[in-house]
Structure formats: C-alpha cells, structure tokens
Design a protein around this ligand. Structure first.
Ligand code: SF4
Length: 371
C-alpha cells in the first residue's frame, strides 16, 4: 500500500487557559470545537430542540441560543436539560437574563458588554452567580455594537478598539477575581478581524472564539471565514469557531468542520480529490464528482477518493488515494489502494466507486474495532 506520511500540525497552538463549556473543554490545547447558533424562537422549545438535534447530528459541539425576551429566558431550563450538546445563552442588553441563564443551567453565557446597560454595576453580581454555578462567560465584542467610549476614541471599530474593548470588559470581571472567560472580537472584514484577534492573543491568555460576523450568504461567508480562520489558526490562534452564514445553521457546521479538516486540525473524513476538468477530460468530471460525493455523504471513516477526468494525472492521483477512478475513452479504471481492480464503462463508474468505498469502510471499521 501507500506509505503513511505523518502530517505536521499547522502551528504550535497558542497557550491559553482552559475553560469548560459543559463537557467540552475550550482552550489549553483542547481540540478546536465547532459551534453554531439556532435560528428558531428560543421560546419555541420544541422547534429549538429539534434544530439542536439536527446540529448535533451534523457534528456541532456547542450551540448558542438567543435570549431577547422573558419567554426565551423561561425556556432555557428545559432546553439546557434536554439538549445533547452544551447550550450557551446569548444575551444582549439585560443582566436579568444573564442571571436567568446561569440559574437555568446553561453551559455558558455570552454577554455583549457594549450592549449591556449599567453593566459595570452588575459585574460583581454576575461574577458571583457565574462562579457559584461554575458557568463561564464569553465576552463577545462585536464591531456593530462597540462601546461608545471606544468608538469615540478610535473613530470606528478598529482592531485596537475591538481588542481594547474586550480586555477592558475582562478586567471588570478580573477585579472580582473571575477569569472563567473566553473572548471574541468579531468584525465583518476578515482583515480587521484577523488583526484584532492577533492583538488580543498577544495581550491575554483567555481562550478565543473565532468568528467573522455577518459574513454574508453561504458562498461569500464560507470564503471569508475560511480565509480569516485559516490565517489565525495557522498561527495557532483560536480555540473554538463559529462560521456565520445567512444560511441554515447546519451549513455553518459543515463549513466549520471542513475548515478544521483542511488545516489538519481535525481528522479528515471523506475527502474527494477531484480534478477541475479541462479540455482533455473524457468523462463528465463535475457530474461524477457530485454523484460520488452525494453517494458517500455521511461516511464516518477517513477515506480519500480520487475522481479524475483523464489519464494525465488520473492514475497518479487515483493510486495515491484509497480509492479512485481515472477515466479515458468513456471508461473508468477503478483503483483500490493503488491497484487497478477493474475497468468499467462510464455509466458504471459511480456505483462501482460507491460499492468499493463501502467495502473499504467496512474493512476499516473491522480493523479499527480489532486494533
Ligand atoms: Fe484535465 Fe485530466 Fe487533469 Fe482532469 S485529470 S484536469 S481532465 S488533465
């Protein structure tokens, strides 16, 4: 077979303190976790729990729910108890909901200090309640709701302003000896966002929650997030991520996981190595790649499948993968672990690949179970 090449980690992770969001460790060398936020009315307990179940199934590890009203706050105890993954209550404006979320057993509370009125007076009480319940706090600074004082000082939401705002809010908690904190400083511009996180990373050891806020529809948001997270994670910065898309939250999880896999920060599962096609292609590569991807969706074992349009790079890539096809003359040479096992007509390529993938997966699971 193919020799295993050990993959070097993309960077030494920044040393951060560790917090516990329920059973999920964040920071201190814990694996980078992927999170999202529900889009249902939190007060609609059934719909919210349904969406959380879908997110959990897609690989989401921490979920955030908005808490803008008393009805939402009232729903938190049941949601926190019944959710399969830790629930973070997202609170703007009202400290009373912070207390409600802590009492409700939420795994953490996100506060946006720029938005919480008279926050300063309440910090002592919030720190006390959070400490009593072992509930960490995320200080979530957002360019769109930056503290007025800092907006005046810097003129706009610069990286310096975002980092200073977050550190100032953290210092209010530190005054009460509370350091069970993670921080985010989100901006819709990846360049500003990356610089804000870099500055923050250099000035504190709190774990950092990465996010490009209001990143846009799926295509643009995916690229903005991938570029920004890639820049930061490749320098070891970032302990948990949330991709923000104007798309269903399950899509955010898929993108988040794919980003971590691309950076080698998470085991690669199914990976399709398909060529872009060109004037040499002798089969419909797009259709083939799409059908193979769809046919293998949800596969749990790490499997590299090469789908190549012709014989130029085809055999090489197909040989490197666990499984592959190199096409020519309306036929496909099917490779398994580097060997051509058979040649099939174009119409049979997809089903043959899926069949062989299932066999390999079964074998891998058996080997995994016995080893
Ligand atoms: Fe073109 Fe062949 Fe390369 Fe695909 S594998 S891009 S068809 S040369």
């Amino acid at each position: 077979g193919v020799p295993e090449v050990p993959v070097r980690p993309i960077a030494e992770r920044r040393v951060s303190r560790r917090i516990q969001v329920g059973p999920v460790a964040v920071g201190g060398g814990a694996p980078v976790s992927v999170q999202s936020m529900t889009t249902t009315r939190t007060s609609d307990v059934g719909a919210t729990l349904q969406q959380i179940a879908e997110l959990t199934a897609s690989g989401c590890e921490i979920v955030r729910v908005a808490c803008p009203t008393q009805d939402d706050a009232d729903a938190l105890p049941v949601i926190a108890r019944k959710s399969q993954i830790p629930v973070i209550a997202d609170i703007h404006f009202q400290p009373k909901y912070v207390f409600a979320a802590i009492e409700a057993g939420c795994a953490a509370v996100r506060v946006n200090p720029g938005n919480i009125k008279q926050f300063d007076d309440k910090v002592r009480e919030i720190a006390k309640a959070a400490r009593d319940h072992g509930t960490p706090i995320r200080i979530g600074v957002n360019a769109g709701s930056l503290d007025r004082r800092l907006l005046q000082k810097y003129g706009r939401a610069t990286p310096e302003a975002l980092a200073e705002s977050a550190l100032w809010e953290a210092s209010l908690f530190e005054e009460h000896d509370f350091r069970d904190i993670k921080i985010s400083v989100k901006h819709n511009d990846p360049v500003v966002m990356v610089e804000a996180y870099r500055q923050l990373a250099a000035q504190c050891d709190y774990p950092l929650h990465l996010g490009v806020t209001e990143a846009g529809p799926a295509f643009q948001g995916t690229i903005k997030s991938a570029v920004a997270f890639g820049a930061l994670l490749s320098q070891g910065i970032g302990d948990t991520i949330r991709v923000s898309l104007s798309a269903p939250p399950v899509e955010e999880i898929k993108v988040g996981i794919q980003i971590l896999q691309s950076l080698g920060l998470r085991e690669r599962r199914l990976e399709i190595v398909s060529c872009p096609s060109c004037g040499r292609a002798q089969v419909d590569v797009y259709k083939l790649a799409e059908e193979v991807t769809a046919g293998l969706e949800g596969m749990e074992v790490p499997l590299r499948v090469a789908v190549m349009g012709c014989v130029v790079n085809g055999p090489g890539e197909a040989r490197e993968a666990d499984l592959g096809v190199a096409s020519g003359n309306g036929k496909g040479q099917i490779f398994v672990r580097g060997e051509v096992i058979r040649t099939v007509p174009e119409s049979k390529i997809v089903e043959t690949l899926i069949d062989e993938a299932m066999k390999i997966a079964e074998q891998m699971e058996k080997d995994g179970a016995s080893g």
